[in-house]
Write a protein that binds this ligand. Structure first.
Ligand SMILES: [Zn+2]
Length: 185
């Protein structure tokens, strides 16, 4: 099943997955790589990025991942996640702009990387208003953490891929059952 999120929300998913935790591949390997990523994903023109910008981007990425993990029952986001998101919104100087038709949209007054990260936050806010956000999740398998869009009918999807992390979870549950039955009474 596709993991792709609808519309602009897909950009947020790709941003969270710009590091593959398991394969240890990092797309944002330098400030220049961050600038190129921003331009390639329509979050603004390639800005001049600094090491600080890179640090902010990575912090926001992990805060987003925490929020996506918290979409699963029994999971809570790290307490630093929401403040990290708010700090990014402050740096972006997110404003609400109104179109001629009265349509409201979040837009950054800042420039450069801060603005690009602010645009990601505006997409998150829109997705929450539209009701698509609740389907955005991160795989709870410890070494995976991949972001995916849950297309299942009843929004019950847990694993990024049943064939990979779903099977890992099943195998672990099986091992745990075996250990329990083998344990002497
Ligand atoms: Zn997974």
């Amino acid at each position: 099943m596709s993991q792709e999120a609808p519309g602009r929300l897909e950009t947020v998913r790709l941003f969270v997955n710009s590091v593959d935790v398991e394969a240890e591949t990092e797309e944002l390997s330098s400030p220049e790589a961050l600038a190129a990523w921003i331009a390639a994903h329509d979050l603004g023109e390639a800005p001049t990025a600094t090491e600080d910008d890179l640090r902010h981007a990575m912090a926001l990425r992990e805060a987003l991942r925490e929020l996506l993990l918290a979409q699963h029952e029994g999971h809570e986001a790290h307490p630093a996640a929401a403040p990290t998101m708010e700090e990014a919104a402050r740096r972006a100087r997110l404003e609400v702009r109104f179109g001629p038709d009265g349509a409201a949209a979040g837009a950054p007054a800042a420039e450069g990387v801060d603005a690009a990260l602010g645009r990601l936050l505006a997409i998150v806010a829109d997705a929450q208003a539209e009701g698509t956000w609740s389907r955005m999740k991160a795989c709870p398998w410890e070494t995976c953490r991949w972001a995916f869009y849950d297309h299942s009918k009843n929004r019950s999807g847990v694993w990024c891929d049943m064939a990979v992390c779903g099977n890992r979870a099943k195998a672990r549950a099986y091992r745990e059952r075996q250990t329990r039955t083998r344990r002497p009474a």
